[in-house]
Design a protein around this ligand. Sequence first.
Ligand code: NAD
Length: 291
Amino acid sequence: MSMSTVGVIGAGVMGKDVALTCAANGYDVILCDSDADVLASAPQRMRRLLRQYRMMSPAVAEWPTDEVLGRVSRTAEPADLAGADWIVENIVEDPEAKRKLYLRLREICGETARIAVNTSCVPITRIASLLPAPHQVIGMHFMNPVPLIDGVEVIRGEHTSDATVKAAEEFAASLGKRPIVVNDMPGFVSNRLSHLFMNEAAFLVQDGVAAPEQVDDVFKLGYGHRMGPLETADLIGLDTVVKSLAVLHDEFQDPKFRCCPLLKKMVDAGFLGRKSGRGFYDYTTSAASAR
Ligand code: NAD
């Protein structure tokens, strides 16, 4: 294993993007997922993502596709990540699933690996406490789509050492990202805010106040945001939004984070947003997917 190996756990929406971004910036990447189908289709899906991102960013257009994909190897076995310099964890936003994974990582990664937790809302301090070297654990909340976004929210847990904060800032910079360091609290800055407005936007649609296009246009044309809240929710994945709201509701015990029933209904119906082809918008037609 080279001195610059990154283990990326979870090959879903975020894991694939993180793997691509690390590989494009010279790291050898080991991509780990427990789902054999996700793992099998990852190279093809990453190639498709790269094709999309190339059209949206001149910087990504310079990435040599075959070389980048060639730096990503795959495994279903977390033990294969032993010895990686950084592990970036991006598994499903389910506190119990994360707890089980970290108890396994506890046996595997010893005291040398630095661990970057890419969660939307789960507190970093609680995760760090499961590991033998909690000072080496830090939150790195990458934003979707990772290759196109300049910032990364870096979350200092209660045990995180200054050396780990510095290493995370250097790691972010090596990926071409500007780190924004904040303290640990469920949802950090980004998701504590964004889940309130995405949830309330869903309530507006549910209450018949406006259609998704109008809600999003108010944000885009009125406030100058690049994307509206419902387009953002579709991009994240409505299942992940619902899970994140559940974590925020549970952690703060505050009814302001109660999940809009329409979001739950859409998830029950399989309308997960971009990743399933339909959410608040339909992505199966070319006009819609260009939004
Ligand atoms: P996703 O549902 O698209 O992917 C999760 C992946 O984790 C799946 O492929 C699943 O098979 C895999 N997985 C589940 N349990 C596993 C285990 N024990 N070991 C290995 N793999 C396992 O989710 P996502 O949108 O990629 O989100 C991943 C994490 O990143 C979540 O914590 C989420 O809150 C966070 N996040 C998401 C976004 C976003 O925009 N989607 C942005 C920032 C952070």
